[in-house]
Design a protein around this ligand. Structure first.
Ligand code: BJW
Ligand code: ZN
Length: 244
């Protein structure tokens, strides 16, 4: 089955610069919960938006640490899905391919993507809330672990609301968006800035922008092509339509 317009297939087939933005929807089919869907089980009474903040950590570090520890276990058990794999395959077909992700789960790299910009950090690292020291290993002992260097509380090395994104990654993502001939936004609700601004800035300098998402987003009216459905199905189908 090929549901993709011929124009899009031709644009991708000859594109030399492609940029992609992904969000939690791309990892949904790996079994990870998205941000704006209601949580189930243990954490059903909490909203992710209320836990992913510096204020929540300051008020109750143990609660926030436990939530991330629980999510980290889910991430460790998760495997890339066909959506991640299609994006990794696309990178090998396009001379300059940049994948900016809002996801902290590391699944794009696990799928084989190389040029990955992690705009919101990584759940597999920690950093000290006092001195900023980063680490990939730490002593787990039930409570919130402490920094070896200064004794401060360790926190996940992710970007919370009100915090700046890693400057280098953000700058590279903005540059890639402005240079791209085709920009693909996949699995993101498009409400969290500055990441949500990337498809708009690509569009404003003439890129063809493709959106793949389970539901409409604030960007949908501006998209050149919008496909509603599962990224784990649409991305591989698109790859096959162009390069299969
Ligand atoms: C599927 C699917 C399937 C499901 N297939 N699709 C007013 C205007 C503009 C900005 C602001 C404003 N007020 C405040 C701000 C700033 C704020 C912001 O944007 N707020 C808005 C919410 C209003 N932004 C910030 O604070 C950022 N920092 C900043 O601006 O700093 C400025 C600064 C500069 C200098 C010094 C100091 C400050 C930081 C934002 C950080 C976001 N962090 C989080 C947590 C990360 C760690 C963690 O994982 O715990 O990032 S919040 C959360 O949202 C997470 C996500 O990466 C991010 C985006 O969510 P995403 O990925 O789009 O997920 P969902 O769940 O929203 O959507 C999934 C979509 O997939 C849905 O649409 C589904 O339908 C779909 N889907 N299954 C395809 N199978
Ligand atoms: Zn420290």
């Amino acid at each position: 089955m090929n549901v993709f317009p011929e124009l899009l297939i031709r644009l991708l087939a000859k594109a030399e610069r492609v940029a992609v933005l992904t969000g939690a929807g791309v990892s949904r089919e790996s079994g990870l919960q998205t941000f704006r869907e209601a949580q189930t089980g243990l954490w059903a009474q909490f909203k992710p938006e209320e836990l992913a903040t510096p204020e929540a950590f300051a008020k109750d570090p143990q609660l926030v640490w436990d939530w991330y520890a629980w999510r980290r276990e889910a991430v460790k058990a998760a495997r890339p899905n066909p959506g991640h794999i299609a994006l990794a395959a696309m990178e090998r077909k396009i001379p300059k391919f940049t994948l900016a992700t809002q996801n902290v789960d590391g699944l794009h790299r696990l799928a084989g993507s190389e040029n990955v910009l992690e705009l919101h950090g990584s759940i597999m690292r920690v950093r000290c809330s006092e001195c900023g020291l980063r680490a990939e290993f730490w002593e787990e002992g039930g409570g919130v672990p402490r920094c070896e260097s200064c004794g401060g509380l360790l926190r996940p090395d992710v970007v919370w609301f009100g915090e700046p994104l890693p400057a280098d990654e953000l700058q590279q993502a903005r540059l890639a968006a402005r240079e791209a001939q085709v920009f693909i936004s996949a699995g993101t609700s498009g409400v969290v800035y500055p990441a949500a601004g990337l498809p708009f800035s690509a569009k404003s300098v003439g890129a063809t922008v493709v959106e793949i998402n389970a539901e409409p987003t604030p960007f949908t009216p501006s998209a050149d092509f919008s496909f509603q459905g599962k990224s784990g199905e649409i991305l591989p189908a698109l790859f096959n339509a162009v390069w299969g």
